[in-house]
Design a protein around this ligand. Structure first.
Ligand code: FE2
Length: 196
């Protein structure tokens, strides 16, 4: 279930909103022109599967949005903890890749088949931290300053949509704001405490 936290972007950031209410989340994201939609969750794919199987299972939904939005390239990105000795290093390297504020020249569109991750959108003096889970389809408009945190123990399967396949490049802003805002682990723990 999606969990949204909105912070100020000051040095000592304050929390303006935290909610799991779908309508409240939709309203807050509409204000910053970000779309969050929901597709059915297929439980058997939550833990991952090969790309062909994931795309086949969501064939109708994928075909519809590709036609609507004109995407030309679709793939599946996933990371699941394993027992290999290099897991911690691979997890750290994957996490750090987009953990600093950046933009892209294309929209960043992700459908979470399973697992979770947080997109942080830095817009108009606020940071919207959107914890996405299975069933969430998030579209981050091109040129939006943002970062992504998959946490210290990443676990997710996501379908990615692109308007061109020239390579996914981040234009890093150099703004250290990501280090001042609660990270994935902190927000996930906060949500767990709110639920208990
Ligand atoms: Fe990004």
């Amino acid at each position: 279930m999606t969990f949204l936290t909105v912070y100020t972007d000051h040095d000592s950031s304050e929390t303006l909103l935290e909610t799991e209410d779908p309508e409240e989340i939709a309203r807050a994201l509409k204000e910053i022109d970000v779309r969050l939609r929901h597709w059915p969750v297929l439980d058997e794919l939550r833990g991952g599967a090969d790309q062909e199987r994931v795309l086949e299972a969501y064939r109708d939904e994928v075909a519809r949005i590709v036609e609507e939005e004109g995407y030309t390239f679709v793939d599946v990105a996933q990371l699941h903890p394993d027992d290999a000795p290099d897991w911690a290093e691979r997890a750290r390297a994957a996490r750090e890749k987009f953990l600093s504020e950046h933009t892209h020249d294309d929209d960043e569109v992700r459908f979470f088949v399973g697992g979770s991750g947080i997109f942080y959108l830095h817009v108009d003096g606020r940071v919207h931290a959107i914890l996405c889970e299975a069933g969430d389809l998030l579209s981050v408009p091109k040129d939006t300053t943002h970062w992504f945190d998959m946490g210290t123990d990443p676990e997710f399967t996501a379908i990615r949509f692109f308007h061109d396949d020239d390579g996914w490049v981040g234009n890093f802003t150099g703004n250290p704001i990501a280090s001042r805002i609660p990270d994935f682990d902190a927000i996930a723990a906060r949500r767990a405490s709110l639920r208990s």
